[in-house]
Design a protein. Structure first.
Lengths: 265, 357
C-alpha cells in the first residue's frame, strides 16, 4: 500500500471512529435527557397526587425543600361541619358502604365550599374544617363562608335523596362559622405535613358547630361573622352561651336563610 | 425565597372558544399585520366586534419600549402567561422563544423555575418580579421594586417591567376568558420552519401609531410611565375602554372597583369611587355594593357581572370559561366581549398601580 492510500485509509478509519463516538455521545445525551424528563414527570405526578391531600397552591412549596415554610398571620373564616348520629350509623353499616357514603358526602360538601371560594383544610372522621381567605386574601370571606354553609345544606338534601333511593339512611349535620386572625402555614414533621391554621378562632368555630346540636340548628355563626352579613341573610340571635375555655359567653346567631334582593335598574 | 412556577403547558385544561369568529375591519387588520409581521394571529379572529379590545392585544406586542430589551419582553410574556395559566399565550410565547433562538434547556429551567444560578442575575430578578406581580398574592410593593433596582434596572425600566406584566396579565385574561385556541402550527414548527419565521419576523415586524387621546378614568396612571412610549398606549386603552358604547360606564367602573377590592388596592378603589360619584353612585352606596356585590340599584345582569369580575382575578381556566359562557347568555356577544376586555384591563391596571405605592 503506498503512502497516499495509507493516509486515505487512516483518514477513513478516523472518520468512522469519530462518527461512532459522536453517535454514542448523542445517544447517551438523549438517554440522559429522557431520564431527566422522566424524573421530572415522576415528580410532577407526585405533586399532582399530593395535591389531593393539600391545597394545590401549597403543593409546590412542600415539594421544594428549600422553600421558606414560615407561617403567617391571616384573617380567615373557619367553618366546621360534623355529621349528627354518624357514630351510631357507623356501627350499623358495612365498612365499605360507610366509606362510600362518607366519600359522597365529602365530595358534595367540598364542591359547595369550593364554589364559594373556600377550601377544605382537613377531614376529621365524619367532620371537616374549611377555610376562607387562608391562601389568598378574601374581602368577602364572611359572606362566602355563610353562603357555603347554606349551600352545603342544600347539597346534603340532594345527596340524601340519592341515599334514600339506594335504600340507605339520610344524613344530617350542623355547621359552625367563626372569623378572626390565625396563624396559617404548613405544619408537621418531615414525614407528614399539612396546611393548617392555629389559634383560638379554630377552637371557637369548633365549639360553635357543637352548639348546632344544642339548638337543633343547621348553621350557627358568631358575632364576628354576623356583623358582616347584610339584610339578605335571615338571622336569629341566640342567648349568650357559655363555652368551655372562654371567660365571656359567646354571642351567636342561627342563620335561617338567604334571600337575594330584587334588583332594580 | 425561591418561587415555584405556575402550571406546565400540558397541564392547562381549556375549553372550546366562548365566542364565534368575527373578522376585524380592514383598517384595524392592517395595523395588526404591521405589528405581527404580516400575520393576523388567532385571537384577532374573535375580537372584531369590539375594536378597542383588539387594540389592547395588538399593542401588548408593539416593540416600543424605552428600556426593556426584546429578550426580556420575550421572557416576560412567557413567565407571566405561565403564571396566569393562559394556554394560548403560554404556548405562543414558548414557541416564540424557540423561534428567537432560546435553547430548550433555558426554556425548561425558566418554566420549572429551576435553579437559575448560572444565569444572568438581572434576568433572575426580572423573572421573580414578573411572577410575584402576576400572582399579586400578596401584592408586591417596595421590596420587590427595590430588588429590581438593586439588580441594575433603572426606575424607568422597573416601571416598564410592571407595565409589561400588567399588559400581559390583561392579554392572558382576554385569551383565557374567550378560550382562544392555541397556535398549533406555530407550537409544532420544525427547526427549518422556526428559522424561516425568525428571519421573516426580523425583516417585517414593526409598530403602528397610537393616537393621543383625552383623559379617562385611571389616565393619571400613565404618569408612572413618564419617559416610556407605553404611557401613550395605556392612555389610549383606557380611553377606548371607557368610551366604548356596549356596556354602561357605570358597569365598567364597577368592574374596576371589584377587581381593585379583590386585589386589595385602595388607590384603584378610590379612583373608581371618584368616577362612580360622577356617574351617580355615591361613596356610601359604592361601599355597600362592594361589601355585598349586589344592590337594588343594579339589575340582575349587572350583579352577575360583579361576581364574575371578582373571579377574573384568580381562577382555574375551565371554571372561569364556564362562567364566561353563562355570562354570554345574559349579555350577548358584543357586551360580553366588552366585559372581558374591561375585566382584563382592570386586572392589568390594578397590578400596575403597585408602582404608585
Amino acid at each position: 500500500m503506498n503512502g497516499a492510500a495509507f493516509a486515505a485509509l487512516a483518514l477513513a478509519v478516523m472518520l468512522a471512529a469519530s462518527a461512532v463516538l459522536i453517535g454514542r455521545m448523542l445517544r447517551d445525551g438523549n438517554l440522559l435527557r429522557r431520564r431527566l424528563a422522566k424524573a421530572t414527570q415522576d415528580l410532577e405526578r407526585l405533586q399532582l397526587a399530593f395535591s389531593r391531600f393539600a391545597p394545590a397552591e401549597l403543593v409546590d412549596e412542600l415539594a421544594d425543600v428549600r422553600a421558606d415554610l414560615r407561617a403567617g398571620k391571616r384573617d380567615v373564616a373557619v367553618l366546621f361541619a360534623d355529621l349528627k348520629g354518624f357514630t351510631t350509623l357507623s356501627e350499623q353499616l358495612d365498612p365499605a358502604v360507610l366509606v362510600d357514603i362518607l366519600n359522597g358526602y365529602f365530595e358534595a360538601m367540598s364542591a359547595a365550599i369550593g364554589a364559594r371560594h373556600g377550601r377544605v383544610a382537613k377531614f376529621m372522621g365524619d367532620g371537616l374544617m374549611a377555610l376562607f381567605g387562608a391562601i389568598t386574601p378574601n374581602p368577602w370571606l364572611a359572606v362566602d363562608a355563610v353562603r357555603a354553609a347554606l349551600d352545603m345544606h342544600a347539597a346534603l338534601a340532594g345527596y340524601n335523596d340519592s341515599l334514600r333511593a339506594r335504600g340507605l339512611p339520610a344524613l344530617s349535620f350542623g355547621v359552625g362559622v367563626h372569623r378572626g386572625e390565625v396563624v396559617a402555614g404548613v405544619i408537621g414533621s418531615r414525614a407528614l405535613m399539612e396546611f393548617t391554621v392555629i389559634g383560638d378562632v379554630v377552637n371557637t368555630a369548633s365549639r360553635v358547630e357543637g352548639l348546632t346540636r344544642l339548638h337543633d340548628a343547621g348553621v350557627i355563626v358568631t358575632d364576628a361573622i354576623q356583623r358582616d352579613l347584610d339584610t339578605r341573610f335571615r338571622v336569629r340571635a341566640l342567648p349568650p352561651q357559655a363555652v368551655k375555655g372562654k371567660a365571656e359567653p359567646l354571642r351567636t346567631y342561627v342563620v335561617e336563610g338567604f334571600q337575594e334582593t330584587s334588583s332594580g335598574s | 425565597m425561591p418561587l415555584m412556577a405556575g402550571p406546565l403547558l400540558e397541564d392547562i385544561r381549556w375549553s372550546e372558544p366562548t365566542l364565534p369568529e368575527h373578522p376585524l375591519d380592514a383598517a384595524l387588520e392592517a395595523t395588526v399585520r404591521a405589528v405581527f409581521g404580516g400575520n393576523v394571529t388567532i385571537p384577532f379572529r374573535y375580537l372584531g366586534r369590539v375594536p378597542w379590545v383588539a387594540e389592547t392585544i395588538r399593542d401588548a406586542f408593539q416593540p416600543s419600549w424605552a428600556e426593556l430589551s426584546p429578550r426580556l419582553t420575550s421572557i416576560g410574556i412567557f413567565v407571566v402567561s405561565q403564571e396566569n395559566s393562559c394556554r394560548y399565550c403560554y404556548g405562543y410565547a414558548r414557541a416564540a422563544l424557540r423561534i428567537y433562538g432560546f435553547g430548550d434547556a433555558f426554556i425548561t429551567r425558566v418554566e420549572r423555575d429551576a435553579e437559575l444560578a448560572e444565569d444572568d442575575p438581572r434576568e433572575r430578578a426580572f423573572i421573580r418580579f414578573c411572577r410575584v406581580l402576576a400572582r399579586s398574592n400578596p401584592r408586591p410593593a417596595h421590596a420587590e421594586r427595590a430588588e429590581l433596582l438593586a439588580a441594575g434596572f433603572s426606575p424607568l425600566a422597573v416601571a416598564e417591567t410592571a407595565y409589561m406584566v400588567a399588559s400581559y396579565c390583561q392579554s392572558n385574561r382576554v385569551a383565557t376568558l374567550l378560550a382562544i385556541p392555541p397556535e398549533a402550527e406555530l407550537e409544532a414548527a420544525s427547526l427549518v420552519e422556526r428559522l424561516w419565521e425568525s428571519l421573516r419576523r426580523a425583516l417585517t415586524n414593526g409598530a403602528c401609531a397610537v393616537p393621543t387621546v383625552p383623559d379617562a378614568p385611571y389616565s393619571f396612571m400613565a404618569k408612572l410611565l413618564d419617559g416610556s412610549p407605553r404611557a401613550r398606549i395605556l392612555r389610549a386603552h383606557l380611553h377606548g375602554a371607557f368610551t366604548s358604547p356596549h356596556l354602561p360606564l357605570r358597569s365598567k367602573l364597577l368592574i374596576f372597583a371589584v377587581v381593585a377590592r379583590t386585589l386589595g388596592c385602595q388607590g384603584s378603589c378610590a379612583e373608581a369611587g371618584r368616577a362612580l360619584a360622577d356617574a351617580g353612585i355615591e361613596p356610601r352606596e359604592l361601599e355597600r355594593i362592594l361589601a355585598t356585590l349586589t344592590s337594588p340599584r343594579l339589575d340582575a345582569v349587572e350583579v352577575g357581572l360583579l361576581h364574575w369580575a371578582r373571579d377574573t382575578v384568580r381562577y382555574e381556566p375551565l371554571e372561569i370559561q364556564r362562567q364566561t359562557r353563562e355570562l354570554r347568555a345574559e349579555l350577548g356577544d358584543e357586551r360580553l366581549l366588552e366585559a372581558v376586555g374591561t375585566a382584563a384591563l382592570a386586572n392589568g391596571v390594578v397590578r400596575l398601580a403597585m408602582l404608585g405605592q
